[in-house]
Design a binder for this molecule. Structure first.
Ligand code: KIV
Length: 308
């Protein structure tokens, strides 16, 4: 439990990395999950545009809008007041221009109380990162498998396996760091490449999602950890519990109990005193005595049923 935890800040994250202690980071899109992540002591929360797939049921992240992101980020902030909450900039909210990038980054901070934003892309997005940082907003880069460019990347596959591609990712990482990104997420790049980038980072924290242990911390997609995304489970995800199965079993049990009249039980409903009920019958113009007899019959019937 972390009820007394202080707000997680940038200096906290850098201090932790300097001590060689890994930073914990998870995706989250809603209030109850944010509450649990806060209680578990998770330090960073990514309100990812992956919510388009995990929460909204789209086939990709591309249809997600800024308004979708703001609504979910606000809910997360309410559930996790001390976590370092990162708003993920959706498709086409920063690519068109530097100005669009700064405006939309600002919305995450002003409307949802985020602590930082994340955007995808390397050298080509460095000017967006610089402008956002110049506006006083902490910015995180995202390299390797970048889901918003999945068509151009040829699918959800490991990036940077060849020396040439690995070098390009290293150059992208340097460009983002020089533009002022305080953190870079490496998604699905080889562990050796992640290690090299982490070792060469000077004033930038490197986080791994499926990129091995040699980073300043780890990120996982919450839905993958608990069997909550029915379409697929990426190889990099570790399943910590099958909440999806637990929920499905519960739903089936509920259905059976309603059909079989085992639900609800007296503890699941609210009664009314005999006096008030008699009064109500009077107000309705019914004979209270007749109703009481009727009630009595029903009760008798129920007692017989219970004995069976
Ligand atoms: O949207 C998201 O959850 C992400 C992760 C895939 C890193 O960007």
């Amino acid at each position: 439990m972390t009820e007394t935890r202080k707000k997680i800040t940038l200096p906290y994250l850098f201090d932790k990395a300097a001590r060689g202690e890994p930073i914990t980071w998870l995706t989250c899109y809603d209030y109850p999950t944010a509450y649990l992540q806060e209680q578990a002591g998770i330090e960073m929360i990514l309100v990812g545009d992956s919510l388009g797939m995990t929460m909204l049921g789209y086939d990709s992240t591309l249809p997600v809008t800024m308004d979708d992101m703001i609504r979910h980020a606000q809910a997360v902030r309410r559930g996790a007041p001390t976590a370092f909450v990162v708003g993920d900039m959706p498709y086409m909210t920063y690519q068109p221009s530097v100005e669009s990038a700064v405006r939309n980054a600002g919305r995450f901070m002003a409307e949802a109380g985020c602590d930082a934003i994340k955007l995808e892309g390397g050298v080509a997005m460095a000017d967006r990162i610089r402008a956002i940082v110049d506006a006083g907003i902490p910015a995180i880069g995202h390299l390797g498998l970048t889901p918003q460019s999945v068509a151009a990347l040829g699918g959800f596959r490991v990036q940077g396996k060849s020396a040439a591609m690995a070098k390009k990712i290293m150059d992208d990482a340097k460009a983002l760091e020089q533009a002022g990104a305080f953190m870079i997420l490496l998604e699905m790049v080889p562990d050796r490449l992640c290690k090299l980038i982490t070792e060469r980072a000077e004033n930038c924290l490197i986080m791994s999602l499926g990129s091995g242990p040699h980073a300043h911390g780890q990120l996982l997609i919450y839905h993958d950890m608990f069997g909550l995304y029915p379409k697929f489970k990426p190889k990099m995800a570790k399943v910590y519990g099958n909440a999806g199965q637990v929920i499905l079993d519960g739903l089936k049990a509920y259905r059976e109990e309603v059909i079989g009249r085992q639900f609800p039980q007296p503890e699941n409903w609210f009664g009314m005193s005999d006096d008030e009920y008699a009064e109500l019958q009077k107000l309705l113009g019914n004979s209270p005595v007749a109703e009481t007899v009727e009630e009595g019959k029903k009760k008798k019937g129920k007692r017989k049923e219970d004995k069976k």
